[in-house]
Design a protein around this ligand. Structure first.
Ligand SMILES: [Zn+2]
Ligand SMILES: [Zn+2]
Length: 86
């Protein structure tokens, strides 16, 4: 028998409390949104940069990052659109 460790809390995960994500075993209670700490379910989460998020928060984070990292990118987009419309 192999004892599997939860990557979040580093404690052993027993089969009855195990949830398998990306080949890793988490405790059900440890599998939470990195933003709101809400418990996630299979099929209702998204992984980003090694962290897990519920869908509304992933979208929120994408928007924030988009505004942050791509301030100039958005302007270029605009320019492209303008040219395309002419
Ligand atoms: Zn855990
Ligand atoms: Zn969340």
């Amino acid at each position: 028998m192999t004892s599997e460790k939860c990557p979040v809390c580093s404690k052993t995960v027993y089969p009855m409390e195990k949830i398998n994500i990306d080949g890793k075993s988490f405790h059900r209670g440890c599998f939470r949104c990195a933003h709101c700490k809400g418990t996630l379910k299979l099929g209702n989460f998204t992984a980003l940069e090694g962290l897990f998020y519920c869908k509304p928060h992933l979208i929120q984070i994408f928007k924030e990052k988009g505004n942050y990292d791509e301030g100039f990118g958005r302007e270029q987009h605009k320019t492209k659109w303008t040219k395309a419309n002419e």
